[in-house]
Write a protein that binds this ligand. Structure first.
Ligand code: ZN
Length: 133
């Protein structure tokens, strides 16, 4: 199977992708205001402080919204669920839901989800699975 689109880390995102290789999900946190944020940036989008650190997070969250894409990009075969997930730490990630039926009946909003990782080239891509409440 093709690897599909592969991550291309830049200095600001390298810690995220390096941790994902080890199946750990990292999110940045501002030590000035205490809030997490995503996507990776060298400053806090809430208070503009550059006093930021990387935190390993649980990978648990909720399904906020999604679309079912019937013209998927590789490596997906068949319909692909493109989702917005809100982590328990409060940040939102644009991601895919995997191992779920691409059917709105199977994808209730606010459903609990947990991170999983898909190999993409030499990196791994964080994706999410539905979990039992
Ligand atoms: Zn801040």
């Amino acid at each position: 199977m093709a690897d599909g689109l592969v991550p291309r880390p830049v200095p600001e995102t390298a810690p995220f992708w390096d941790a994902a290789k080890d199946e750990r999900l990292l999110v940045q946190r501002c030590t000035a205001c205490g809030r997490h944020y995503f996507y990776p940036r060298p400053f806090c989008p809430h208070c503009m402080s550059d006093d930021v650190v990387w935190d390993e997070v649980s990978g648990r969250g909720r399904l906020l919204s999604y679309v079912i894409n019937h013209r998927p990009l590789p490596p997906a075969e068949g319909a692909q669920i493109i989702a917005l997930v809100r982590l328990d730490e409060g940040v939102r990630l644009l991601t895919n839901i995997v191992d779920a039926e691409p059917d709105p009946e199977a994808l209730p909003l606010d459903a609990p989800v947990s991170v999983a990782f898909q190999q993409r080239g030499e990196y791994k891509l964080p994706v999410f699975r539905l979990v039992e409440p």
